[in-house]
Design a protein around this ligand. Structure first.
Ligand code: ATP
Ligand code: MG
Length: 566
């Protein structure tokens, strides 16, 4: 018989191998073959909007690989297109990346615009090699010359300009002698290439734009496909990881680094974008929701921008776990929001105090409890993590309980309060319902009970059991709070988009409960602190609207899960 211990080792080794993704396999091979001796990755956002959960995938993938291989990770602002960029976004992106990664050194931050001089020199080098030329075709003519997917393009009549003439014209483009859009620098590759990206693509254009970093120094700007490989090469990036839509650009990426003769040129690797089922991620759509006032800014907790996820109470650990579960692949797929919810529950389960809160209060009066007496019960902060210690929770004659925990005429299998039934008040005593009071509309306003002092929680009472346990707060000492419950901003039944491309907005995506009561200990909670409210879910103190005088809690996630890990 084989040694079972040995077998264990084998399966462990095997499963470790299986779980490696295709990018790790490429890197392993590159290191083995000595193509690179150190791994350098980067996350290259354009500072033209807020980052969302899809970007988090790219950040964690790149930062994670750098860490795993003891290499470097760069945050590089791809700020080569001043038309769409704003420095406001530089700050928010920096904050988001710092949060997702746990930390970010200023030495890890790079700006593509710092390389404009080098990019210019690269263009000159291509001209000198006869690999680039200045073209005077108008945008429309250029489109005509480009050909189609089925037909090859035609050479530009300016393609055979001499190197001297090209150098002179390019220098004058830079000097501002030509109108915006009147001339471009193009690569000289192949107008008959089946890949349209290779049909003498534009490298530089004339555009008088003020740049947030370089001001008015430049009136020519490099195109993305030219700038990006140069940025990577300058920084010594080894594996330039991007999403699948750039696959067709890879031959051009390789052409640029090869013609510019960089040592150890970077390698582009594509992976599939992260999509979330029934969730709006596109910048354009989110912008519309913000502009139409449907959400309260880019960080509205119903959105999946990184700022919104943070405000909603997600943790970087939960997002990391989500990315690990969703994996890295070349195949397009869509992940469930429920999986993200599973991850945050898993992350907070052992780390957060479990507090009592009543969201839809009715009074519970204990008729045989002494008047004007408050006793302090010892309550464990987290029954599954004793290291979190205990706290004192006040208990008195008048409590609040949740409306749904009492029924006048209960259905079968309802084990909570109803006339004549006994339940446990969580962390306190058994109470039996003796009576109730209603208003003129028949709504219950008060429930009357008697309690049994023998049944105190933690006293070791074993006399009898009850089937229901409900949470409560002591009316005299409770803190009032506002609680916001969120649902998907999209009406899932109808699908994300209407025929006209607008979003099917769920009218019930936000429920504001103004009249909630929480334990007094929560009065000390600071913005971004999070807790479990037993039976209700996980909640975070809102970072924008909560104050000492008006506590606001956002529901991160309810306790119920529709996701089962495989
Ligand atoms: P969007 O189109 O959603 O606004 P973008 O691609 O325009 O995003 P960039 O700033 O260009 O935004 O992206 C920075 C990096 O993030 C790129 O490498 C891009 O491939 C990656 N990225 C963008 N969206 C996703 C996604 N959904 N999943 C994984 N990576 C993504
Ligand atoms: Mg982009």
């Amino acid at each position: 018989m084989s040694n079972p211990n040995n077998m264990n080792e084998q399966t462990e080794e095997k499963s470790e191998k299986i779980s490696r993704n295709f990018i790790q396999n490429i890197i392993d091979k590159d290191l083995e073959e000595g193509t690179y001796d150190k791994v350098v990755t980067r996350f290259p956002p354009e500072p033209n909007g807020y980052l969302h959960i899809g970007h988090a995938k790219s950040i964690l993938l790149n930062a994670g690989l750098a860490k795993e291989y003891h290499g470097d990770f760069h945050l590089r602002f791809d700020d080569t297109n001043p038309m769409k960029e704003k420095s406001e976004f530089v700050d928010s992106i920096m904050e988001d990346v710092k949060w997702i990664c746990g930390d970010l050194d200023s030495e890890q931050v790079y700006y593509a615009s710092d390389y404009f001089d080098q990019m210019y020199e690269c263009a000159v080098k291509l001209i000198k090699k006869g690999k680039a030329f200045v073209c005077d075709l108008s945008a429309e003519e250029m489109r005509e010359y480009r050909g189609t997917l089925k037909e090859p393009g035609k050479n530009s009549p300016y393609r055979d300009r001499s190197i001297e003439e090209n150098l002179d014209l390019f220098e004058r483009m830079r000097a501002g002698e030509f109108e915006d859009g009147s001339r471009v620098l193009r690569a000289k590759i192949d107008m008959a290439s089946p890949n349209i990206n290779m049909r003498d693509p534009i490298l530089y254009r004339v555009a008088r734009m003020n740049h947030h970093n370089t001001g008015d120094k430049w009136c020519i700007y490099p195109m993305y496909d030219f700038a990006h490989p140069i940025e990577d090469a300058i920084e010594g990036v080894t594996h330039s990881i991007c999403t699948l839509e750039f696959e067709d650009h890879r031959p051009l990426y390789n052409w640029v680094v090869q013609e510019l003769e960089f040592d150890h040129p970077p390698k582009q690797i594509e992976f599939a974008k992260l999509y979330l089922t029934n969730v709006v991620t596109g910048k354009r759509y989110i912008k519309k929701l913000v502009e139409d006032g449907i959400v309260d800014g880019w960080d509205d907790p119903r959105l999946v921008s990184i700022a919104a996820l943070r405000r909603r109470g997600f943790t970087p650990e939960s997002i990391r776990m989500f990315m690990e579960l969703s994996g890295v692949s070349k195949a397009q797929s869509s992940s469930d929001y429920a999986m993200l919810e599973y991850c945050i529950r898993e992350d907070l389960k052992m780390k957060r105090a479990r507090m009592m809160a009543v969201l839809d209060p009715i009074k519970l009066v204990i008729t045989n409890y002494p008047e004007n007496e408050i006793e302090y019960l010892d309550v464990s902060n987290n029954q599954e993590n004793e290291e979190m210690g205990t706290r004192k929770v006040p208990f008195g004659k008048v409590l609040y309980i949740d409306r749904q925990d009492f029924m006048i005429e209960p259905p079968r299998k309802y084990f909570r309060l109803y006339p004549g039934n006994e339940v446990r008040l969580m962390n306190a005593y058994f109470v039996t319902c003796t009576d109730y009071v209603t208003d003129e509309d028949g709504n219950v306003t008060e429930v009357h009970c008697t309690y049994d002092p023998e049944t105190k929680s933690g006293s070791g009472f074993t006399g009898r059991k009850v089937k229901g346990t409900i949470q409560w707060v002591c009316a005299e000492t409770a803190e009032k709070a506002e609680v916001r419950l969120y649902e998907n901003i999209v009406d899932e039944e109808k699908g994300v988009y209407n025929e006209d491309g607008s979003i099917n907005v769920n009218p019930n995506s936000l429920t504001v409960l103004e009249n909630c009561y929480v334990e007094p200990a929560l009065a000390e909670a600071e913005p971004m602190d999070s807790f479990q409210f037993v039976r209700h879910g996980y909640f975070v103190v809102d970072s924008k609207d909560s104050t000492k005088d008006h506590l606001v809690f956002n529901r991160i996630v309810s306790m119920k899960s529709s996701y089962r890990p495989k």
